[in-house]
Write a protein that binds this ligand. Sequence first.
Ligand code: 5GP
Length: 182
Amino acid sequence: MADYVEEVRQEILLPAETIQARVTELGRQISSDYRGRHVFLVGVLKGAWVFLADLARNLTVPASFDFMSVSSYGSATKTSGVVQILKDLEESIEGRDVIIVEDIVDTGLTLSYLVSLLQTRKPASLRVCVLLDKSSRRTTAVPLDYVGFEIPDAFVVGYGLDYSGRYRNVPYIFTLRPEVYS
Ligand code: 5GP
């Protein structure tokens, strides 16, 4: 990986191969649970695009995609407690088998807001798939149907996750050196 990443990296939490193996398993699980159906995946931008792209290519059931963009953090590392919709879905989800695909669930605020919002649009079913679960930080309960990894309470980047817009394209998940934040 590029020098600029090595300069800021503290620890690799999840190597690329570990992530790929788990995403393959999740794809198999979802394909088996939805056999004979057509899934409609809702990716939460921007963080989930890398995960969604890999997950989608591990599905063996027909799938369609749409995206939402929400903001709860700005460029800081702690939640503001406010969820704002920056981009809504372009298609109706009424009567469809919807799976929300999210990169990480921390306090649970963003996902619980999205789940309530999408429920009002009458999907045939609604499930949630997240790559990373920081369950020790949860303040708002949210049902998770598919979870990639439980992770400790640390701010992580890579594989879609950013700090200040950077590191989304790094193929593994890692923490940053403290001096990067200051
Ligand atoms: P929640 O609403 O569950 O507190 O936070 C969800 C959102 O916060 C995620 O979609 C993600 O954008 C951001 N977030 C939470 N924890 C982390 C983290 O460790 N790293 C990064 N880059 N973003 C995080």
